[in-house]
Design a binder for this molecule. Structure first.
Ligand SMILES: NC(=O)c1ccc[n+]([C@@H]2O[C@H](COP(=O)([O-])OP(=O)(O)OC[C@H]3O[C@@H](n4cnc5c(N)ncnc54)[C@H](O)[C@@H]3O)[C@@H](O)[C@H]2O)c1
Length: 245
């Protein structure tokens, strides 16, 4: 469970722990160790922006899980809001590494043991921005679109082994990631911060409220269950009706 120290990742880790799973809480923030302890799980620290650290994380996760991580949730991510001509190249590279290449690496290293056990679940947290675009988020939207392509491809490769691979695509969820971009959104759109949620974030939505992290977590638990064995290679929108238009 990557990026489990905050927001959606935290809610998913808590929901899986309630279901009886032994959760490996990964994050770059050392504070996430307290969550792992509270859930009776294991904390693994790694910066997913570093490809070598991701390889080491996969090895440590396999050891912590006794040889097989049954459910991999690729959740860690961050946002940067900027017009494309001002987008710093190093930030672009970092976003693609954390939100697309690191999920690829973790799948690559964790799927072989799932195949041997002939059961597994991979859940990739993409976004409604994996399916549609909004201005000023070029790297994020490219990474999230790519993650859906990765989801579909791997799903086809591992279906014979009882492994499903799915993407969850939420619209705006009430988390620190969303709170942190309110000032930037106000700046690039030239509107007051107090109007960002209503005028930018909820403008395309039919249901006019933010999604709660627990609502995403409940869907992740369902995808991991045996009831969802026929659901694979799909991008599931939890998007307040955004893409119905
Ligand atoms: N909040 C939303 O509206 C929303 C909507 C759609 C998709 N998502 C996606 O959901 C996921 C979780 O987002 P959130 O809103 O809970 O954000 P968040 O900021 O609350 O949590 C993200 C977590 O990822 C971790 N992380 C970031 N960079 C990392 C790195 N280099 N190495 C290791 N860990 C790192 C952070 O430390 C943090 O704990 C992200 O992939 C995000 O893109 C969020």
């Amino acid at each position: 469970m990557t990026g489990a120290g905050s927001g959606i990742g935290r809610a998913i880790a808590e929901a899986f722990a309630r279901e009886g799973a032994r959760v490996i809480v990964h994050d770059v923030k050392p504070e996430a160790a307290a969550l792992a302890e509270a859930l009776g799980g294991v904390f693994l620290h790694a910066d997913l922006a570093n490809p070598e650290a991701v390889r080491a994380l996969a090895q440590r996760a396999l050891e912590a899980a006794g040889g097989c991580v049954d459910i991999l949730v690729n959740n860690a991510g961050f946002q940067h809001v900027s017009p494309v001509e001002d987008f710093p190249e190093d930030v672009w590279q970092r976003m693609i590494q954390v939100m697309l290449t690191a999920p690829f690496q973790l799948i690559k290293y964790l799927v072989p043991a799932m195949k041997q056990r002939r059961w597994g679940r991979v859940i990739n947290i993409s976004s409604v921005h994996g399916l549609v675009a909004s201005p000023y988020k070029s790297a994020y939207i490219s990474a999230k679109h790519g993650l859906i392509g990765l989801t579909r491809t791997v799903a086809l490769e591992v279906a014979d082994f009882g492994i499903t691979v799915n993407a969850i695509c939420p619209a705006y969820v009430r988390t620190p990631l969303v709170e942190a971009q309110i000032a930037d959104q106000a700046r690039v759109h030239g509107i007051p911060e107090s109007e960002v949620i209503a005028r930018i974030m909820l403008a395309p939505a039919a249901v006019k409220r933010l999604i709660e992290p627990e609502e995403v977590a409940a869907f992740a638990v369902y995808l991991a269950s045996d009831k969802a064995a026929v659901i694979t290679g799909a991008a599931h929108v939890l998007d307040l009706g955004w893409t119905a238009r």
